[in-house]
Design a protein around this ligand. Structure first.
Ligand SMILES: [Zn+2]
Length: 158
């Protein structure tokens, strides 16, 4: 299986569920805009990283929000997420935070593999509600996205 073979399916599913122009190739416009400043994004991220699930999942205590105004893409690392202005959206932020968590566990999983999707869905349910998570699940399933947990993750999946 090619490395990160689920990436395009994962991106497509998120666009169909939340992006307002899902047929547009340029994904940097049309995400719901939830925050106006990097300070507001940092406050939101701090709230997520204080949550019970985040702690149980072994996430870093502090995840730094770094603005990258000159770059097109958002990225998530262990203790830092890099966000262009278009990415000041809960859905995009939660995607990058799911990368932070997945990296934390050093899963033998492709970047957007089953463990990543599992963690993303948990964060979506916690932050946007069970209905949003169910809406994502339906689209992701149609798009052939797989999710699941590794043995190391089972302790916090109850
Ligand atoms: Zn990603």
């Amino acid at each position: 299986m090619a490395r990160d073979s689920q990436r395009s399916k994962v991106y497509r599913s998120e666009r169909v569920v939340w992006h307002r122009q899902e047929d547009v190739i340029n994904t940097t416009m049309g995400w719901p805009k939830d925050f106006d400043s990097v300070e507001d994004v940092q406050a939101y991220v701090n709230a997520v990283t204080k949550s019970k699930f985040w702690k149980e999942a072994g996430g870093r205590q502090f995840v730094h929000v770094a603005p990258v105004p000159d770059r097109q893409w958002a990225r998530g690392w262990y203790n830092k997420i890099e966000l262009p202005r278009w990415a000041y959206s809960k859905v995009v932020i939660l995607h990058e935070l799911a990368h932070s968590l997945a990296l934390q566990h050093d899963y033998h999983d492709a970047t957007h593999g089953p463990a990543f999707v599992f963690l993303f869905r948990r964060l979506i349910e916690q932050e946007l509600g069970a209905d949003e998570r169910a809406r994502y699940d339906r689209v992701a399933e149609v798009n052939g996205v797989k999710w699941g947990v590794s043995a190391a993750m089972r302790r916090f999946t109850r």
